[in-house]
Structures are given as structure tokens and as C-alpha cells.
Design a protein around this ligand. Structure first.
Ligand code: PLP
Length: 401
């Protein structure tokens, strides 16, 4: 093992770097989750999460990885044989489908080439053709972390509205929450699935479901079996600031602190910061002469950038060189992008100089690993960062028409 000094660069797109403030906040003695002090913490995180999801509806907090919240969305609202429409945007969509199929959900999986977001026109066409309303839910991954391609949830909502289709809209925003613009209520999302270890800047171990009234009604009517994930037991007891089973108490201390940090910065500023870092990173990739995985500028992710390596190269060999020489972890290519792409996380607790350190490490690594490329990526990124106001926020603020 090489000895490394200073801080490790954890530039995978989740789990992300945890701020020192959050680490300190969780360094607390275990507290009685049925005692008088707990309810204050419980209430604080429950209403805090509503503000982060931008909803007045309940947010359920599970002690689980994001995968648990995926399962929760399915088992609360769907029954075996129900039909859902899902878009195969990448590896995370594939995994979500896998869960749905284990619960005998009839998934219509709409393929993509993994280099763009979901085809919303195609979703709309399927909805329009479904006159009998057999489709019970449309499920999309907001920020497809395997490809760095975004599907804009508001566009999917508009497609549902234009076709007057009653299907639920389920959105995996595990890596979009607190990194990309997100509006659970204003965008008419029925179930938002979140996780702690991406934009929320927490360690892994918490996951979330934000649920609309319509989703709650669907879950009440749904007869299929579930227990641990059941929303209703959770919501009933959450009213008292407590949980039906032992919550991850120290992660809740961390969550309260992370929400405070996000709100001190201001969520809009958090989103704008990610937009800038995404633009600077793409400028570097362009200067290097490498290809982005994402081929559609409308789908560029502000949270991470997935980069193709030339066919003669192995992306994991490059990652290894960078880890050994510069103590930086980059995201591996997932699923069919294994070896073909690597992912640069610029999500969560992050700033301009961390980005420049990251991109310097990549550029030096490209050299050392003999990946054919041009120099100048780092300088191109610096130019973007110096022109502070050049990168405008995307104008998708409009709520559902
Ligand atoms: C990380 C991630 C998941 C999976 O979360 P786990 O905590 O690993 O279960 C799901 N979807 C997306 C988009 C993710 O980024």
C-alpha cells in the first residue's frame, strides 16, 4: 500500500463526501428513541425533508439504502399483475425494474441506448394508446447515475396530463435530490424516491419516499402484502415525531445538520452550484477530446459526468492509475458501460477547488495511463469557473400547466 497524505478524493457519484459539520453532528451518544428528547429531532427531520423535497405531503424516512425506498414505492402502491411503464435509461433503471419484476409487476421497459434520458414523446404515445388505463404507474430515474443523463420529471408529468392518464408518476431522484432542481409538489410527482448518500451529503443508510395524496389513496386501496415498508404505520406514528421501529438515530442527527447546511446555502444556490460544476467538467472533457456518455445536451447531468474512454483503453485501468498515484476514487462504469466509461462525481459537499483538484487528477491520470487525449482540460474548466455568471440555471421553474 502506498502511503497517502492529506485527504482522499472521493469523487464517485455516491456515496459522497460527508461535511465535517455533519460528522460532528452524528458523533452523539445513543438516545432513547421513545424518550422525550427524540420527538424534537424526529419532527425536525420530517418537516426538514418536506422542505428539501418541496412538498407539503408526508415524507417517509427509512433506515435503508436507496434500494429499500425503491421497493417501498412499489409494494405500497402496486399489486402483482399491475402494468407499469419504465424507461431503461441505464443500470439504475435496470435494477429498479428487477425489483418490480420480483413482485410480479408487469413492466413495459422502454429501451434507450443509455446515452440520453427517457424518450418522453414515446412515453406519451404509450399513455395515449392505453385507453383502458391499464398502466398503473410511470417510473423514471431523474438523474441516471450510471450514465449522467437526466430525465426531466416535469416533462413526464406534462405527458400524463396531456393524455389525461391517471397513472402514478414515480421518480427515482436518489442522486438528484439536493443536487438538481426538484419540486415534488409543483411538478405533480406522486412518489419521489430519495437516498441519503448522494446530494444529501450523508453517509449511506437512510432513504426516503415523498408521497402525494393520490399515492396515499392508491396505497390504501392496495391489498398486496407489505410490512416494514408500509407507509401508513409510519405516517401515523410520525405525527408524534417517532417511528414504528428503531430509527437510525445518529443518521437523523446527521440529517438535521445536512438540511441546515443546505438551507444556509439555499436550495436554489445548491442547484446552481452543481450546474456550474457540471459545465466546467464538460468543458474539460471536451478539451481532452473525449466523449461524454450523454449525447443529448438537454439531458446533461449537473451532479456527475460520465466519460467514455477510447475503445483501445480500459476505463478501470485508468481509474486504478488515478487511485494509486493521486489517491482519488472515480466512479466505475456500470452494467454495459463497464470498462468503457468512468464517472466523475461533482455532487454534494463540493467546491471549485475540489473540482479543480479532481480534474487535475483525471488529466494527469490520462497521461500516465496513456489514454489518447489532448491537454488543456483543466484550463478550460478554470475558464468556466472564472466566468462566474456565464452558466445560467436551466429555466424549468414553471409548474404544471
Ligand atoms: C445510488 C442510486 C441508487 C441505489 O441506492 P442504494 O443506496 O445503493 O440502494 C438508485 N438509484 C439511483 C439513481 C442512484 O444513484
Amino acid at each position: 500500500m502506498t502511503l497517502h497524505t492529506g485527504r482522499h478524493f472521493l469523487q464517485i457519484p455516491g456515496p459522497t463526501n460527508v461535511p465535517d459539520r455533519v460528522l460532528r453532528a452524528m458523533d452523539m451518544p445513543t438516545l432513547d428513541h421513545r424518550g422525550p428528547e427524540f420527538a424534537e429531532l424526529g419532527h425536525a427531520v420530517l418537516v426538514g425533508c418536506q422542505r428539501i423535497f418541496r412538498t407539503k405531503q408526508p415524507v417517509i424516512i427509512y433506515p435503508s439504502s436507496g434500494t429499500g425506498a425503491w421497493e417501498a414505492a412499489i409494494v405500497n402502491t402496486l399489486s402483482p399483475g399491475d402494468k407499469v411503464l419504465m424507461a431503461e435509461t441505464g443500470q439504475f433503471a435496470v435494477l429498479w425494474r428487477g425489483i418490480a419484476e420480483k413482485f410480479k409487476i408487469d413492466v413495459e421497459f422502454m429501451p434507450t441506448d443509455w446515452r440520453r434520458g427517457a424518450d418522453v414523446a414515446e412515453i406519451e404515445a404509450r399513455l395515449a394508446a392505453d385507453r383502458e388505463h391499464k398502466i398503473k404507474a410511470v417510473c423514471v430515474v431523474h438523474n441516471e447515475t450510471s450514465t449522467s443523463c437526466v430525465t426531466h420529471p416535469l416533462e413526464v408529468r406534462k405527458a400524463l396530463n396531456r393524455t389525461n392518464h391517471p397513472a402514478l408518476l414515480m421518480v427515482d431522484t436518489i442522486s438528484g435530490l439536493a443536487s438538481l432542481e426538484y419540486e415534488h409538489d409543483a411538478w405533480g410527482i406522486d412518489i419521489s424516491v430519495g437516498g441519503s448518500q448522494k446530494g444529501m451529503m450523508l453517509p449511506p443508510g437512510l432513504s426516503f419516499n415523498a408521497v402525494s395524496e393520490k399515492a396515499l389513496a392508491a396505497s390504501k386501496a392496495n391489498q398486496s402484502m407489505r410490512s416494514y415498508w408500509d407507509w401508513h404505520d409510519m405516517i401515523a406514528i410520525n405525527k408524534l415525531g417517532t417511528f414504528p421501529y428503531t430509527p437510525a438515530t445518529n443518521l437523523l442527527f446527521a440529517l438535521r445538520e445536512a438540511i441546515a447546511m443546505l438551507e444556509e446555502e439555499g436550495l436554489e444556490n445548491v442547484w446552481a452550484r452543481h450546474v456550474r460544476h457540471g459545465a466546467a467538467t464538460r468543458a474539460a472533457v471536451k478539451a481532452w477530446g473525449l466523449d461524454l456518455v450523454c449525447l443529448d445536451p438537454h439531458g446533461y447531468s449537473a451532479a456527475l459526468t460520465a466519460v467514455m474512454v477510447p475503445e483501445s483503453c480500459d476505463a478501470d485501468a485508468l481509474r486504478k492509475v488515478i487511485l494509486e498515484n493521486f489517491d482519488m476514487s472515480l466512479g466505475t462504469g456500470l452494467g454495459k458501460l463497464k470498462g468503457k466509461a468512468f464517472r466523475i462525481g461533482h455532487i454534494g459537499h463540493f467546491n471549485d477547488l475540489m473540482l479543480m483538484g479532481t480534474l487535475s487528477g483525471v488529466e494527469m491520470g490520462l497521461d500516465l495511463a496513456k489514454v489518447p487525449h489532448r491537454g488543456g482540460g483543466v484550463i478550460a474548466a478554470m475558464d468556466v469557473l472564472k466566468g462566474r455568471d456565464v452558466v445560467a440555471m436551466p429555466k424549468s421553474k414553471a409548474a404544471v400547466a
